[in-house]
Ligand binder design. Structure first.
Ligand code: ZN
Length: 284
C-alpha cells in the first residue's frame, strides 16, 4: 500500500493511494499515517480491509487535495552521509569505514509540490536524491539479519543542503536543517511491495536535466547494516525515517558548481516509489 498525508480544506488526514484516487483513513479510525505505523500488523489489516470497502465520504475530490509529507513530523530524521562510492569519490573523501550520521529537525520537513525555500543567508544551496527507509517497530541492538522486522516501508527525500553552512564546521547539521530542506514523499510504500531495497534505480533531475542517476546497489552501508549500527546507539521508533545517502552528481562537485536558484524545479525518482517534485523559491 501507498500511504499519504493530504490536506483538504483545513483538515490534514492520512490516506492510501489506489490508482489515482486517495482513500481517506479517518473513517477507519486513524488520525495520521504515524498512527497506522504505530498500530503494527493489526492496523495494516484494518487499513487493507477499509480500502476494499471505503465509504464514499472517504474519497476526496483529488483536484481539491494537497499532499503533505507522509509523516509531517517524524520522531527522528536520520541521515547518512557519503554512502555511495561514487559520491565519496567526487567529494574527494575516503570511503568511510563507519557510517557518517547527521540529522535534520522536524521543522525542515515539507511535502511534495511544496516549495524549497532558498535561505537568504546561503550562497550554496544544493540538492541530493535519497532513498528513505521508514521504521515500523521499536528496536535497540537490532541484528542486521533481523532488519526486515523493523521496516514499515520506503519513500524518498531531497536532502537539500546549504554547502557553505554544511562545511563551515565539522558538524554538517546546520547546512542540512534549514526550513523546507527535507522534502519527502509523496507516499510511503509498504515494505511488501519492495522485495529488495538494494536494487532500485535512483535519479534526480533539475529542470528536466538528469543530474544524478545511480542504483541503491551502490550503497556502501546497506539497509541491514544501517539498522544494526544506528540501533546500537539509540532506539529506533515507529515513524523514524532514515535518508540513506546520495549518489554522485550533486551540484557542488560539478565544474562549474551548480547551485539551486529560484524558479528551478527538482525531481527525485526512486524505482517503484513514484517521484518527488518541488519548485524552488527565494526566501522573502
Ligand atoms: Zn544526503
Amino acid at each position: 500500500m501507498r500511504f499519504v498525508t493530504f490536506q483538504l480544506d483545513a483538515n490534514i488526514e492520512p490516506g492510501v493511494l489506489v490508482g489515482g484516487q486517495i482513500i481517506g483513513l479517518r473513517g477507519a479510525g486513524f488520525e495520521s499515517v504515524l498512527a497506522v505505523i504505530e498500530g503494527g500488523a493489526d492496523a495494516l489489516d484494518r487499513v487493507s480491509r477499509w480500502v476494499r470497502h471505503p465509504l464514499s465520504s472517504e474519497l476526496p475530490d483529488m483536484a481539491a487535495v494537497a499532499l503533505q509529507a507522509p509523516i509531517p513530523r517524524p520522531p527522528k530524521i536520520i541521515c547518512i552521509g557519503l554512502n555511495y562510492r561514487d559520491h565519496a569519490a567526487e567529494t574527494k573523501m575516503p570511503i568511510p569505514e563507519v557510517p557518517t550520521v547527521f540529522s535534520k529537525y522536524p521543522t525542515a520537513v515539507t511535502g511534495p509540490g511544496q516549495p524549497i525555500v532558498l535561505p537568504g543567508n546561503s550562497a550554496k544551496p544544493d540538492y541530493e536524491a535519497e532513498f528513505v527507509v521508514v521504521i515500523g517497530k521499536r528496536g535497540r541492538h537490532v541484528r542486521a539479519e533481523d532488519w526486515r522486522e523493523y521496516v514499515f516501508g520506503y519513500t524518498m527525500m531531497n536532502d537539500v543542503s546549504a554547502r557553505d553552512f554544511q562545511i563551515a564546521t565539522s558538524q554538517w547539521m546546520m547546512g542540512k536543517t534549514f526550513d523546507t530542506f527535507a522534502p519527502f514523499g509523496p507516499a510511503i510504500v509498504t515494505a511488501d511491495e519492495v522485495p529488495d531495497p538494494q536494487t532500485l534505480e535512483i535519479s534526480l533531475t533539475l529542470n528536466g536535466e538528469v543530474m544524478q542517476h545511480s542504483n541503491t546497489s551502490q550503497m556502501i552501508f546497506q539497509v541491514p547494516r544501517l539498522i544494526e549500527f544506528l540501533s546500537s546507539v539509540f532506539t529506533l521508533e515507529p515513524g523514524d525515517i532514515i535518508a540513506t545517502g546520495t549518489p554522485a552528481g550533486v551540484g557542488f562537485a560539478r565544474t562549474p558548481p551548480v547551485w539551486l536558484r529560484a524558479g528551478d524545479e527538482v525531481t527525485v525518482r526512486v524505482e517503484g516509489l513514484g517521484e518527488l517534485t518541488n519548485p524552488v523559491v527565494a526566501e522573502k
